[in-house]
Write a protein that binds this ligand. Sequence first.
Ligand SMILES: *[C@@H]1O[C@H](CO)[C@@H](O)[C@H](O)[C@H]1NC(C)=O
Ligand SMILES: *[C@@H]1O[C@H](CO)[C@@H](O)[C@H](O)[C@H]1NC(C)=O
Ligand SMILES: [Zn+2]
Length: 398
Amino acid sequence: MLSAIASLLCVTLLGLQAGALPVDDFSVTSQKFLSGEVPAGFSINLDEERLVQFSEDETPVWMTEREKIRAKALGRKFFDITDTPTFMPAPASLAALKAYPKVNKQGLVKPVIANLTVDGMITNLQKFTSFRTRYYRSETGKQSQQWLVQRIGEITEQYASTDLADLITITEFTHPWGQNSVILRIKGASEEATAQNGTVLIGAHQDSANMIPFLPAPGADDDGSGSVTILEAYRGLLASNYTPVQDVEFHWYSAEEGGLLGSQAVASTYAQRGINIHSMIQLDMTAWVKKGTREEIGIVTDYVDADLTQFIRTLVDAYCSIPSVDTQCGYACSDHASWSKVGYRSAFAIESTFENSDKNVHSTNDRLDISPEFDFNHMLEFSKLTVGYIVETAGWAK
Ligand SMILES: *[C@@H]1O[C@H](CO)[C@@H](O)[C@H](O)[C@H]1NC(C)=O
Ligand SMILES: *[C@@H]1O[C@H](CO)[C@@H](O)[C@H](O)[C@H]1NC(C)=O
Ligand SMILES: [Zn+2]
């Protein structure tokens, strides 16, 4: 009884922190879903103890998976560090400050971005959102991941020249929960440059989640949008027969919604192996332009690398047709945080200020046809940013 009251109190307190979230609806509905049987098609143990970190200055706490789901539904952000309680940071030499280039490859970048279109993003996102949920512990989440791997393969086959195709590898980074992270690498022309100046990373997360994980989660904006945005950048680069000087990798993480699980596994493995990473940029939510607001590219300024962030602003000025705006997102906000944690430089661009972002996320309403505010042309601006970032940092071997 006491503990029941304590947990009720706790929910109320968390609810206050979470502001406008429908706490009462969630408590009533969640009782029904989270106290009953786990439905078919999900492999999750709600009683499993997980180690969760809510901020930099608090010690991590043990809680059940059920409590973790509840905390997320109430708007809290965290790393689930159960699988990576301790981690080895990347060697200090790799994290050493390197100067960012001045934007100076307009002649190479502009023809590529002129050929980017919304067509592929529309068909890819229609398919990606057709899975009932892309939850990382669901069968449909595994199926959506397999579809993504297949689609990347088709795009490679269709757009890469034979020489370029030889430089491309598509790998599944396996996770114990079923849905794997997907890693696409274009090998750079110079191994020496990659070793010295690092691999260039762009990331998005492929998984989606309803606040109550057993309910449908189309995840159109969060983060289907980022997932197909970087895919279009990839297609455009292939169509232009792009060969980087340094290695370039596109990452589609699994289990961002479970507490950045996929990206932590990948980032800590790269750090352990001493892989040199030039920088990592995350795109999580790229579609929404709130009615009555100016169309902008949100640049997150907290828990990111300041120099890389400044470099992104210059890329937006050079390659996007809309301005950037600073915003904040909080601790453990998306997968870039997993890279900063192990000592690499990372940054995060998002659809708008956090305040003006899509409020349908983590619900059945995160659909691409929910409102004209869901805008593929807005996503295209982020594809341009991606191409600019890659060519400017990884170079172009001609
Ligand atoms: C690494 O980057 C620096 C700065 O852009 C450049 O001068 C140098 O040649 C690069 N290293 C290699 C091996 O290409
Ligand atoms: C852009 O598209 C045009 C017309 O489809 C094509 O001729 C051209 O080669 C493409 N350029 C690049 C850089 O992909
Ligand atoms: Zn999310």
